[in-house]
Write a protein that binds this ligand. Structure first.
Ligand code: SAM
Length: 197
């Protein structure tokens, strides 16, 4: 079910999101450069947000979904031909099985209510050997974990999980890790590329 609170949070937050985007832009460039090297395919982006990066995709048939109508409205003004945008919950995808070659999760896996359920849906709609691209922060096993823990309550009000470990998700074992790209000086952000087993 769509999380009404996260949905309405992003509806209110949509107008300030461009400020967050300034910070995320270089990471998304790395993500999309990686995707642009792959053979043409059917790509699903879950939690597409305001679509500021949509123009960077050079090929592929793009479907972007999001639960926030305000984010989608902004993305709609930016999308080019060949991009389809739909209001949909990533935890309850209205797509048939094995429909997509690639799924992009850019700063969304630690935002959704149930990341395991999200991965279950991603697994279902991916074709055999299809790939997921997960761009996110991951709580490291160093001093930064204390920052994540301290930021926990504040993060809750901002609708994301500051303490986030991918290995704790049962569904991740259904995928093989292909690539681990560390971003920034302390490698707090990463682009992880997985393939459906
Ligand atoms: C932090 S923003 C990331 C936006 C974009 N992917 C980016 O990298 O800039 C998270 C986005 O995920 C959306 N979202 C949250 N829960 C969702 C869900 N269950 N299904 C689809 N989208 C969701 C929010 O509305 C928001 O637009």
């Amino acid at each position: 079910m769509v999380s009404i609170s996260t949905d309405s949070f992003y509806n209110k937050f949509a107008f300030v999101y461009p400020l967050v985007d300034v910070f995320l832009k270089p990471q998304k460039r790395v993500l999309i450069d990686e995707i642009n090297t792959l053979p043409r395919g059917n790509l699903l982006e879950i939690g597409v947000g305001n679509g500021a990066h949509l123009h960077l995709y050079e090929k592929h048939t793009i479907t972007g979904i999001d639960t926030s109508s305000a984010m989608l409205r902004i993305a709609g003004k930016r999308k080019h031909k060949g991009v389809q945008l739909l209001q949909m919950d990533g935890e309850a995808l209205r797509f048939q099985n094995e429909q997509f070659d690639y799924v992009v999760l850019s700063h969304v896996i630690a935002v959704v209510d149930n990341p395991d359920r999200l991965l279950e849906e991603v697994f279902r709609v991916l074709k055999p050997e299809g790939r997921i691209f997960i761009l996110n922060h991951f709580t490291p096993d160093n001093w930064l974990k204390y920052v994540d823990h301290a930021f926990g309550i504040m993060a809750k009000t901002l609708h994301f999980k500051s303490v986030f470990h991918l290995h704790e998700l049962a569904m991740i074992s259904r995928f093989t890790l292909l690539k681990d790209v560390r971003l920034g000086a302390v490698s707090y952000f990463k682009l992880l590329v997985y393939q459906k087993k």
